[in-house]
Ligand binder design. Structure first.
Ligand code: C2O
Length: 377
């Protein structure tokens, strides 16, 4: 049977355990949030209220557009950081919900936490859909706080290491964004604004150093090398190529099945290729709060980075290869998650309803993916 998060799941929430650190954590919504509330189904195709939005590549914003976007984004996080703990839209509660879903704090229906029948949205096939919907509702909350239904959360195009080898002469031509995106986005690096997070690795502050998508588990933070574009681009392109092109069955890309009655795995294994690398790699590279599920969503960079993961899922679906099939198992399609929406209403979504981003009401600006698309080792 599919995993189903219900009001009961939220009410029976218990201490979580962060797999990476073996430290217990408390991040349940109650008692700060009142759980004696109705749950309202959310079916994007039927219920979406906002017009179509385009999420753009952060590295290609400039001039007035960049200024306006920066202003709005920082204003939204000013407000979100100041909301009280009882408001599920507060940054604190946005942190806790990812923590609860990602640390085993939620117990599978009537099964037992002691036997490890808890829920995890990492390292299995829940990863892509859950994170899509987290970012989706987060974006709706930002819109609401700004009172601007047209606001779109742009993406950090970390996979784009357009370094001149393929792109000579392309820049500025055609449609879309033609700039490398593998630097830490400036908008999140201004220490006087609310999108900044002081505990990130100092790597993110060094001008011109690039994200390293080759980092794997077990590399101590201190040993992660500082890399510049020339150095990092081939490794990043290979990591991207492998994540996007090497799978032969859906499970390679989506991760292993995780169903009702499956025990949560320790140590975590079973991630799909996009989650395993580049996703886990940039989490480690940024460091700080983003390293652990218990705190990751407290750093605003989480959202544009995950918007890009989402975009890559969409790119992958359109790659036109018949290996690129989504799971058809009802135990995936009928999974139910709960999220608070922009009006603090608890909404129930089903994976089968959120598989099309056009149903959800947005698309992504076109970027130059070719740097990894046809990478040859
Ligand atoms: Cu729930 Cu990038 O992680």
């Amino acid at each position: 049977a599919p995993i189903r998060i219900t009001l009961d799941t939220l009410k029976t929430c218990t201490q979580g355990l962060v797999a990476q650190t073996n430290i217990t954590t408390s991040c349940c919504p109650a008692p700060d949030i009142n759980l004696d509330v109705p749950v309202v189904d959310f079916i994007p195709k039927r219920d979406r209220i906002n017009g179509h939005r385009v999420r753009k590549a952060l590295q290609c914003l400039s001039g007035e557009e960049l200024e306006t976007y920066t202003q709005k984004l920082t204003k939204a996080y000013d407000i979100m950081r100041a909301l009280p703990a009882g408001d599920p839209r507060s940054l604190l509660q946005q942190q806790r919900i990812h923590c609860a879903y990602g640390s085993g704090a939620f117990i599978q229906d009537d099964l037992s936490a002691a036997d490890n029948y808890t829920i995890d949205v990492h390292s299995n096939w829940l990863f892509l859909p859950w994170h899509r919907m987290f970012v989706y509702f987060h974006e709706r909350i930002l819109q609401k706080l700004l009172d601007d239904p047209t606001f779109a959360l742009h993406f950090w195009n970390f996979d784009n290491s357009l370094d001149g080898t393929k792109s000579n002469g392309v820049e500025g031509k055609g449609e879309g964004c033609f700039k490398p995106g593998h630097f830490f986005p400036d908008i999140y690096n201004n220490n006087s604004t609310s999108t900044f997070e002081p505990v990130r690795s100092p790597r993110t502050l060094i001008p011109n150093i690039t994200v390293d998508l080759t980092i794997v588990a077990g590399v101590p933070q201190a040993n992660i090398p500082v890399r510049f574009a020339n150095d990092s681009a081939p490794g990043n392109r290979k990591a991207m190529h492998d994540a996007m092109q090497s799978g032969t069955i859906p499970r390679d890309f989506f991760g292993v099945p995780f169903k009702y009655g499956d025990a949560r795995l320790f140590p975590l294994a079973g991630a799909g290729s996009l989650e395993f690398q580049p996703h886990n790699s940039w989490h480690r590279w940024i460091g700080g709060l983003t390293r652990f599920p218990s705190t990751a969503t407290a750093d605003p960079i989480f959202n544009p980075a995950h918007a890009n993961i989402e975009r890559l899922w969409d790119v992958w679906m359109k790659m036109g290869d018949n290996r690129k099939l989504q799971p058809t198992d009802p135990d995936w399609l009928d999974v139910e998650f709960l999220f608070w929406d922009e009006n603090q209403v608890l909404r129930r979504i089903k994976i089968r309803d959120i598989l099309s981003i056009s149903d959800l009401g947005y698309s992504f600006e076109k970027v130059y993916d070719e740097s990894w698309m046809d990478f040859v080792a």
